[in-house]
Design a protein around this ligand. Structure first.
Ligand code: NAD
Length: 255
């Protein structure tokens, strides 16, 4: 018996086997979930298809989350194939490299909107399209970072987008609670991924965490996967609107 036996859901955000979304997918599949995946573009499709196949997934769809139509067509397809779904994993974010490198005061208007659109608004659009398929209830999990609540050097406009994302989690959770649809975020410590390579001082962030976190180490993709599994499963049936830190305790300790 697996924790996710009989449950079906879709994972947005696998770029390769280092992606946090991939860590989540592996944990969900190991507990019996049936998974669908999306990919951003053709070059990522080549990476995502074999990964999805290795977890016995048959539904692999294109989706640029900057488009409401593309998001809707993913859920239309899921409705055709499955009728209903039980969970959604939102693990996508984007900001222009320049906007992460330059001083925050130099963030362009376009760059600010783009980071907000792809990294925060997409959760709202995704939830709206997912709701009709969650008639039996459901669970949605997104990925945040400490830069949402503190000014972390080099995180800049992405920190502002994560603050909007965390606030969106609370508003969506408040609205959808009565429908038994839960919305939560995992706030993960730094992990070396494609997206992380665009963040300023990234190596230093790993080093600081090893030195200063209560557990004196960094965290793994697998650990984010296990926390997400908890939030997506019935183990967390009474949990919604929460920002769940997986960062070896770093957020509670200044030492
Ligand atoms: P990743 O590069 O593996 O994943 C980011 C994903 O976002 C990719 O799959 C990419 O294709 C997708 N994406 C970007 N723009 C998109 C668009 N317009 N439409 C659809 N998909 C798009 O990196 P990751 O670190 O696994 O990132 C996943 C999530 O975890 C992000 O929200 C990130 O901010 C968050 N996060 C990462 C860290 C870290 O240190 N790696 C820490 C905390 C939170």
């Amino acid at each position: 018996m697996g924790l996710m036996d009989g449950k079906r859901g879709v994972i947005f955000g696998v770029a390769n086997d280092k992606s946090i979304a991939w860590g989540v997918a592996q944990q969900l599949r190991a507990e019996g979930a049936e998974l669908a995946f999306t990919f951003l573009n053709e070059s990522l499709e080549k990476r995502v298809r074999p990964l999805a196949a290795s977890l016995d997934s048959k539904i692999i769809l294109p989706c640029d989350v900057g488009s409401d139509e593309e998001i809707q067509s993913v859920f239309d397809e899921l409705e055709k194939e499955w009728g209903t779904i039980d969970f959604v994993v939102h693990a996508v974010a984007f900001a222009n490299r320049d906007d992460l490198k330059n001083p925050f005061s130099q963030t362009s208007r376009e760059g600010f909107s783009l980071a907000m659109d792809i990294s925060a608004y997409s959760l709202v659009a995704m939830t709206r399209s997912a709701m009709p398929l969650m008639s039996k209830g459901g669970s949605i999990v997104t990925m945040s970072y400490l830069g949402a609540v503190m000014a972390v050097p080099g995180y800049n406009v992405m920190g502002v987008a994560k603050a909007a994302l965390e606030s969106s989690v609370r508003y969506l959770a408040a609205e959808l609670g009565e429908k038994n649809i839960r919305v939560n975020a995992v706030s993960a410590g730094p992990i070396k991924t494609l997206a992380a390579s665009g963040v300023g001082n990234f190596k230093e962030k790993l080093h600081i965490m090893e030195q200063r976190s209560p557990m004196k180490r960094t965290i793994s993709q697998e650990e984010v996967g296990k926390a997400s599994l908890y939030l997506l499963s019935d183990l967390a049936s009474g949990v919604t609107g929460e920002i769940h830190y997986v960062d070896a305790g770093f957020n509670i300790s200044a030492e």
